[in-house]
Design a protein around this ligand. Structure first.
Ligand SMILES: NC(=O)c1ccc[n+]([C@@H]2O[C@H](COP(=O)([O-])OP(=O)(O)OC[C@H]3O[C@@H](n4cnc5c(N)ncnc54)[C@H](O)[C@@H]3O)[C@@H](O)[C@H]2O)c1
Length: 383
């Protein structure tokens, strides 16, 4: 019985996503459970090295979580043959350059989305990885949310009949940073820093729609910068140069129509930060991050428009919960485990850099649609 120890360079690990989701909830959780067991009795044990620019932050993070290795020297980490995987959760604009360096050093690649800020660059990464023969993957965490897993179950069961439309409401109020600190980094609101909700969220919407309902064929998008000025981490006022809301319609193969509102300037009066309503001929569903409720055609009430009387229906009470029926683990961890197995055993891992490039393409076409005030078709991507 062999223990496959995988040295993983974790770059950008002091950030919001890097620390919480990737280091603590994924890699350290996998180490804590004794690694990943393989069917043949072997196991996989990740051995992270925390990489970044600021030694004091890395050292503090490493000490706090009992991680033995950290470094400010990416090149040295890449030169060390013990490290076989390069992971990147830096800010988006920094990713492509570092990923290219890691591919050149022969490392397998796993990284956050978006993989780059242009389709050309995202495709270049996918091509380089393929040519180098390194395994590669991109975070597509929303697919592993319990609510979306339940939704996929309903699709696979044929519950909806013919799916007509999908409505996605994503967003919450991100504080401006003056009288309350903002809960997202300021680069998100600066175009020149790689920010913008279209670049951020359309990368998600692409794989969510492609995987659950059918390939996205066309997009119409109107973006907005509702909050023109915010206050950054240093308390300085800055002009918001990136979009903070996007109002989009997607057309999918098979004629499904998707409306997607994404906003960091909206107050939540719904069950969750993301809700997805699916209406089909046989039934409907509304999924949040963890829950999913359904209303079959035989349970559908028959309201009649009459504002002269009080509303006799309690619409939200006319839905039924889809049961868990399984244990749900953190989605980032689940995807990490699949990627690490893929590296060691060659098991399937469909969410590669080419799939990641589709997300960048979606964002680029959304921005184009907004700029040109028109529908834009989504061409197939090839390397
Ligand atoms: N999968 C998801 O749901 C999800 C959610 C949020 C963010 N993200 C993505 O994750 C990435 C990181 O986002 P975040 O919110 O954690 O950002 P963050 O600002 O909290 O962290 C960014 C990290 O990059 C590092 N960094 C920034 N500038 C650098 C530079 N010049 N040189 C070296 N390192 C530098 C920072 O030190 C930090 O470790 C982004 O690409 C973002 O799009 C994904």
């Amino acid at each position: 019985m062999t223990v496959h120890t995988l040295g993983i360079i974790m770059n950008g690990v002091t950030g919001r996503m890097g620390t919480n989701q990737h280091l603590i909830r994924s890699i350290l959780a996998i180490r804590g459970q004794g690694g990943i067991q393989l069917p043949n009795g072997d196991s996989i044990m990740p051995d992270p090295i925390l990489v970044g620019r600021q030694a004091h932050k890395l050292q503090a993070l490493a000490e706090k979580h009992g991680v033995a290795r950290w470094s400010t020297d990416l090149e040295a980490c890449l030169a060390d043959p013990h490290n076989t995987i390069y992971f990147d959760s830096q800010t988006t604009l920094r990713r492509a350059e570092s990923v290219k360096q890691a591919i050149a050093a022969g490392k397998h690649i796993y990284c956050e989305k978006p993989t780059a800020d242009s389709l050309q660059e995202s495709l270049a990464l996918a091509k380089l990885a393929r040519e180098a023969g390194v395994k590669n993957g991109v975070v597509q965490d929303k697919l592993f949310l319990p609510g979306l897993i339940k939704l996929k179950r309903l699709v696979d069961a044929g519950y909806f009949g013919r799916i007509l439309s999908v409505r996605m409401e994503f967003g919450y109020w991100v504080f401006e940073g003056d009288w309350q600190a903002a809960q997202r980094p300021s680069w998100n609101y600066r175009k020149e820093g790689g920010g913008g909700i279209i670049v951020d969220m359309f990368a998600h919407w692409r794989y969510v729609l492609d995987n659950l309902f059918g390939e996205v064929k066309a997009v119409s998008c109107l973006g907005a910068t509702h909050i023109p000025e915010r206050v950054d981490e240093q308390g300085e006022r800055y002009a918001c140069t990136a979009d903070d809301a996007a109002y989009a319609i997607f057309q999918l193969e098979g004629g499904i129509i998707v409306q997607a509102n994404s906003s960091w300037a909206v107050r939540v009066e719904r069950d969750d930060l993301l809700t997805i309503q699916v209406d089909g001929t046989e039934g409907s569903a509304v999924a949040g991050l963890r829950d999913c409720k359904v209303q079959h055609r035989v349970n559908t009430p028959k309201p009649v428009w009459n504002p002269d009387i009080p509303n006799p229906f309690k619409f939200t009470e006319q839905w039924q919960e889809v049961p868990d029926n399984q244990l749900f683990e953190n989605g980032f961890k689940v995807q990490w485990e699949l990627f690490l197995k893929h590296v060691v055993t060659g098991s399937p891992f469909p969410w590669d850099l080419l799939e990641g490039a589709k997300g960048t393409q979606m964002a680029e076409l959304g921005l184009q649609s907004w700029a040109e005030r028109r529908w834009v078709d989504v061409p197939a991507l090839e390397l």
